[in-house]
Each structure stands twice: as structure tokens, then as C-alpha cells.
Design a protein around this ligand. Structure first.
Ligand code: BES
Ligand code: MN
Ligand code: ZN
Length: 493
């Protein structure tokens, strides 16, 4: 669908031409050909009309003199400080603005950055095109946003690496959209079994090894903590284990672990309507892991990765697990149930201990785990928690480059007291204060010595309203960061 064209800017045809520009003494300079062809259109723009600050955009319609009649100027900020994440976000706004009708032919001009940044920009633009043109139209009879008809990339001196970057950016975008679609789908479709079916499709398409643990298998694994959460639902639980082997045969894999509560009613500690309304999003961790896994496999990164997804529905019923119950988790730790709405940690506990026993080298888990994390960091920022600072630093660096906001919270020993059990080893809530941290402290009991980072995505994975650069609903956050982590560990060897 995308083509690379060598040519002059005024000869690029299409419904829209997107022109990313960087801040410099005179940002108009790289656009002199366009300015001349359009009779001085660019030169007439004042700083009130447009400045190339990162994220600024200006759409111009009815342009004459060039092959294209509509332009979007997109600010990228200072070229030296341009990151893949910054470029992606700026360009998503541009694509969101022009995909309100079907079959648009869009071209992106790559000629306003230096040749060594062309690939970075091309990858970001490809991702932005795929993600920005996909809205929340799964169940609408009339769409709001449409996929592009055709996407071209153009410059006067296209680099060799640009074609590859476009391919990679497209894969990233499609993987983010896979995560978004799974989260946005109705919870009647995306049950544990429904999610598993989708994972099986992905595995078949990409040639990944897949293992599906059904109820008897989970019982045989003594995953009683996960099973307790599933007990109140008519939907049977699953654990899905996907494996990608792109690295050396003797290299222990990186584990990506996802919370997949396909609907969180709270169980017997039932949520009020407002709190329950968006709880189909409670499998976003698992969906993020699946999206990242599909990108890592399609990019053929030279790493070994195993994805583990714990899938249950949390419902109240006559068979639901109860407050005051004592559960024995897979690793033997006993857990007092103080609140059935703190179910995510119960699911992850057993999946994490399974991951550790299967001999993984490092773990990242992703979970819409606590409202407390949203209170602490706001709706846009992922909380990070770790037992290994070096490993966490790698993640922080990857997130920075991917342009995803992540902030580490402390894991001081004093928090351990808050989850100490009265009659069992630990309890599943730590009281009112520091709820995101006590939840992480709970998880820490199941990862042993394995370097581990827990990412609480309760805020950023599902958006209550749209922004210039994204639709409301599922965001696909952290897919890019996970892929970046895998890319970096591939380089590290
Ligand atoms: N799935 C929720 C957390 C959540 C809240 C996700 C808001 C997305 C948006 C989780 O299972 C939960 O209910 N957590 C409780 C824990 C409490 C009972 C200790 C919470 O945050 O209130
Ligand atoms: Mn809950
Ligand atoms: Zn939950």
C-alpha cells in the first residue's frame, strides 16, 4: 500500500500531502520549491499561522500550483531532539485530521529533515498512519474514521533504509491496533475463550508455539489463586503461553506477562455502575502482551520471548470466591481474600510463578491493576515497580525513546507490613494508602529472584475521551515500549 517516490515536493500528487518540518533559523527554507510553485504560500505564513513546534499542525486547503490541493504542515520541534515517539504522536494528529472519509490518497514528505533522520521519520509516519486512521468503528454502521486508500513517502533523495523503516513502522502500527481492537471489543466476545481464539489465530499466522491451559490443566498446575477468581463466572478460565524463538537456542527467554480479566465486575465486592462501566478494559495487559508479541515476531527480532496471559472473568454468583477465604497460590504462599475486587494480583500471582519456574531470564508484567495508580500518576502515565533497578532503567530508557510516559514508584520494605496476613502469609489488599505500591509488593512475592518490572497501565491503557493525537477507548499503550525493549536486548546480544 505504501510507495516510495523520488521527486520534487510540488510534483507529489494525492488528496493530502503531509509536510513535517523542524524548528530552525528559517523553517521555510527546505520548502522553497513548494513555496515557489504555490506562489509564495509558505512565505506568507506568519508565526501566528504556524510554527514548527513539536505537535503543532496547520491544514491548508485549496492550494494551487502544486500537484496536491491540500497540505498539512506538522511541527517536529528541534531536529536534534526528535525522538521516534515524538514524531509518531505529532503525525498521528495529522492523520486523525484527514481520515474522516474513505480511500484517501496521502503522501508524506520526508525531505525537510536531514537524510540520517529520514528513516526515523518514515517509521513514525507509517505507525501514525496505521494507528491514526483507526478509530472506534468496530460496531458502528457508519464509520467515523477510514483506512487510507494509499500512502506514499516522498523526498528528493530517499535513503535505502527508508523502505525498511516504513515496513517496520507499519508492523508496529498494526500491532498497536491489534491490542486496541481486543480491548475495544465487547466483553461478550472477548471472554477468556474468545481471547484465546484470537491468540490462536495470531500464533497460526506468525508460526508461534502456543499452549492453551484449560481448567483441568490449570488445576493440575495448582493455580488456585487464578482459579478462585474465575469461580464465580460461567466463562471458564484460560492461560495462554505463546513462544517466539528468534534468539540463540541457549538464551533464556524474556517473559511478558499480562493480566487478562476479560470483565471485572468486582465479584462479591461488586463495583458500583460507574466504576464497572469500562471494566471490559481489564484485559488490556494481556492484549498489550499479544500485540507486542506479534510485532516482535513480525519484525523477526533476534530474541527469545515468551508471552503468558492469565484470562478470567471476575463475577459474583453462588459459586464466586468469598471474602475471608484463604487461597494457596501455585508457589505455596497463602493469601487471605479481603476484597474480591483486588483480583488482578490473584491472577498474576500464579502466572508469574509459572513464568519463574519455566526458567525465564527476566519478566515484565502489564496490568490494569489499581485505581490507586491512576490517583497517583494521572490517566496518562504508566506506573513502574521493580525488584531490579538495572532492569527497570532499561525499560525507562526504552519508554522514553518510544515516547510513552512511565514513572517509577518506590518499593520500600515498610510497605511489606501493609500486606502481612493475619492468619495467612499475605492479604490481597493493603488498605487505603499507597494502593498501587502494596499491589506491586503483593506481586513481588511471586517472582522470586528473577529481575522483574511491573507496569500498572490502569490509567493510560483506556482513555475516557479523545485527544488530538488519539481516539478515546483503547490506546495500545506500551506496545511500542515492549518492542523497543526487545530491540535493545537484541542489540545487547
Ligand atoms: N481492574 C481494577 C483496577 C482499575 C481501576 C483498572 C480503574 C482500570 C481503571 C482492579 O481489579 C481493582 O478493582 N482494583 C481495586 C483494588 C482495591 C480493591 C484494593 C481498586 O483499584 O480499587
Ligand atoms: Mn478489580
Ligand atoms: Zn481488575
Amino acid at each position: 500500500m505504501s510507495l516510495c517516490l523520488n521527486g520534487q515536493i510540488d510534483q507529489i500528487a494525492g488528496d493530502w500531502l503531509i509536510v513535517p518540518v523542524c524548528e530552525q533559523d528559517d523553517w521555510r527554507k527546505p520548502l522553497v520549491t513548494l513555496d515557489q510553485a504555490t506562489g509564495g504560500l509558505i512565505g506568507r505564513l506568519t508565526n501566528d499561522d504556524f510554527t514548527p513546534k513539536l505537535g503543532m499542525a496547520l491544514a491548508l486547503r485549496g492550494v494551487s500550483g502544486a500537484a496536491v490541493r491540500r497540505l498539512v504542515l506538522v511541527g517536529l520541534g528541534q531536529e536534534e531532539s526528535l525522538t521516534p515517539g515524538g514524531a509518531d504522536r505529532a503525525l498521528r494528529s495529522a492523520f486523525r485530521g484527514i481520515t474522516d472519509r474513505p480511500d484517501q490518497h496521502v503522501a508524506v514528505w520526508l525531505g525537510a529533515v536531514s537524510p540520517d533522520r529520514q528513516a526515523l521519520l518514515a517509521e513514525a509516519a507509517a505507525t501514525a498512519a496505521v494507528v491514526g486512521s483507526m478509530g472506534q468503528d468496530l460496531y458502528r454502521t457508519e464509520r467515523v474514521r477510514y483506512p487510507l486508500g494509499r500512502l506514499d513517502f516522498a523526498a528528493t533523495d530517499l535513503g535505502e533504509s527508508t523502505t525498511k523503516a516504513i515496513e517496520q513502522g507499519t508492523i508496529l502500527g498494526e500491532s498497536i491496533n491489534l491490542t486496541r481492537e481486543l480491548v475495544n471489543r465487547s466483553p461478550q466476545e472477548v471472554t477468556p475463550v474468545g481471547f484465546t481464539r484470537r491468540a490462536e489465530q495470531v500464533a497460526a499466522e506468525l508460526g508461534l508455539t502456543i499452549q492453551v491451559f484449560d481448567q483441568p490443566r490449570l488445576e493440575a498446575e495448582r493455580m488456585r489463586s487464578l482459579l478462585a477468581v474465575a469461580r464465580g463466572s460461567v466463562e471458564p478460565p484460560r492461560m495462554v503461553v505463546l513462544e517466539y524463538r528468534g534468539g540463540a537456542a541457549d538464551q533464556a527467554p524474556l517473559a511478558l506477562v499480562g493480566k487478562g480479566v476479560t470483565f471485572d465486575s468486582g465479584g462479591l465486592s461488586l463495583k458500583p455502575t460507574d466504576g464497572m462501566l469500562t471494566m471490559k478494559c481489564d484485559m488490556a495487559g494481556a492484549a498489550t502482551v499479544l500485540g507486542a508479541m506479534s510485532a516482535i515476531a513480525r519484525l523477526r527480532l533476534p530474541v527469545n520471548v515468551v508471552a503468558l496471559m492469565g484470562l478470567v472473568e471476575n463475577m459474583p454468583s453462588g459459586s464466586a470466591f468469598k471474602l475471608g477465604e484463604i487461597l494457596t497460590a501455585r508457589n505455596g504462599v497463602t493469601i487471605e481474600v479481603l476484597n474480591t475486587d483486588a483480583e488482578g494480583r490473584l491472577v498474576l500471582a500464579d502466572v508469574l510463578s509459572y513464568a519463574v519456574d519455566s526458567g525465564v531470564s527476566r519478566i515484565i508484567d502489564l496490568a490494569t491493576l489499581t485505581g490507586a495508580c491512576v490517583v497517583a500518576l494521572g490517566e496518562d502515565v504508566t506506573g513502574a515497580f521493580t525488584n531490579d533497578q538495572d532492569w527497570c532503567n532499561e525499560l525507562v530508557a526504552a519508554a522514553k525513546s518510544a515516547g510513552e510516559d512511565l514513572w517509577q514508584l518506590p518499593m520500600f520494605d515498610l510497605y511489606d507490613d501493609l500486606i502481612k496476613g493475619e492468619v495467612g502469609d499475605i492479604k490481597n489488599t493493603g488498605g487505603r494508602w499507597g494502593g498501587a505500591i502494596t499491589a506491586a509488593k503483593f506481586l513481588e512475592r511471586f517472582v522470586g529472584e528473577t529481575p522483574w518490572v511491573h507496569l500498572d497501565i490502569a490509567g493510560p491503557s483506556f482513555a475516557s475521551s479523545a485527544r488530538a493525537y488519539r481516539d478515546a477507548g483503547a490506546t495500545g499503550c506500551m506496545v511500542k515500549t515492549l518492542v523497543e525493549v526487545a530491540r535493545r536486548s537484541a542489540h545487547a546480544g
